[in-house]
Design a protein around this ligand. Structure first.
Ligand code: MG
Length: 283
């Protein structure tokens, strides 16, 4: 565990997900990563040993393993609502089991946090049964991973801060926390990110440094993801607010353009420089 406050991190992938490859992490001298879970076939004790050796070679600490499931699609907001996380009823049981398997694999990697886009949690008034079922499923996962000494980090964006708080209070488990992604609040049209961060601050245990621009129809059409510092988040204000809430963990850069690896690397490098400048100013 690094003792440095706010180590700059990056979202990385091995064989699934939108993050950068580990050679990029090494090249950029980044010391903390969140990792999209590898595919099912790669979640074995042997592979875990290989990954640990790779991480040691890169010199980066693994802070969160993020869940991802076959059949998920972020094509547009309605498709996301239908396909993401533990919300779709037809895959809920199977995916809940998979979260436990991912958590066990994260444990083999020595990682105490599992991140998840749980999906679009409906308002309790609109769909009381789904709400109740999701609370129960989150409790089940939290209780299972507590035995691994792990925390469950809910990725922000799909709910308002008030909606997320209501859900966290209903689940009522000490190992349920938040991975705060300020850009997602904008991209999904779920509310102004700095205000949201202040509201959920006490639950934030990891975060994404990602940026975005509001769409003309927030909540209907996607906003646009842009390099950290170029969007509507206000990077400096975001870090100042993290300081205000007492956050000390990694600042994990996320840039979801794996189809353009050179541009992705350059923009992550630029974001790292920006974060280091702001850290020097405000820490
Ligand atoms: Mg994110």
């Amino acid at each position: 565990m690094t003792n440095e406050k706010w180590p700059v991190g990056v979202f990385a992938s091995i064989d699934a997900g939108l993050g950068v490859q580990l050679d990029v992490v090494k090249e950029l001298g980044i010391k903390a990563i969140q990792m999209h879970t590898p595919h099912k076939n790669s979640r074995t004790p042997e592979k875990a040993k290989e990954f640990i050796a790779k991480l040691q070679d890169v010199g980066a600490e693994l802070t969160v393993v993020f869940c991802g499931f076959d059949g998920e699609s972020y094509a547009d907001i309605p498709t996301t609502q239908k396909t993401i996380g533990l919300v779709p009823p037809e895959t809920r049981a199977e995916r809940t089991q998979e979260v436990k398997e991912i958590a066990d694999f994260a444990k083999l990697l020595g990682c105490d946090a599992v991140g998840i886009h749980i999906g679009f949690i409906p308002h309790e008034e609109d769909d009381p049964q789904t709400w109740k079922d999701l609370v129960a499923v989150a409790q089940e996962v939290c209780d299972y991973i507590a035995n691994n000494g792990q925390y469950l980090h809910l990725e922000t964006g799909q709910e308002t801060a008030d909606g997320l708080l209501k859900f966290i209070h209903a689940v009522d488990r000490p190992n349920l926390r938040v991975n705060f992604d300020p850009a997602n609040m904008i991209l999904y049209g779920s509310g102004e990110p700095i205000e949201a961060l202040k509201k959920v601050g006490k639950y934030v245990r990891s975060c994404h440094c990602k940026d975005g621009k509001w769409s003309a129809k927030p909540g209907v059409d996607w906003g646009c993801e842009v390099p950290f510092g170029d969007g509507d988040v206000n990077a400096k204000k975001f870090l100042e607010t993290l300081k205000e809430i007492g956050y000390e963990g990694a600042l994990t850069i996320e840039r979801e353009i794996p189809q353009e690896p050179e541009r992705q690397k350059a923009e992550i490098s630029k974001a790292k420089t920006l974060i280091e400048q702001i850290k020097a100013e405000i820490l």
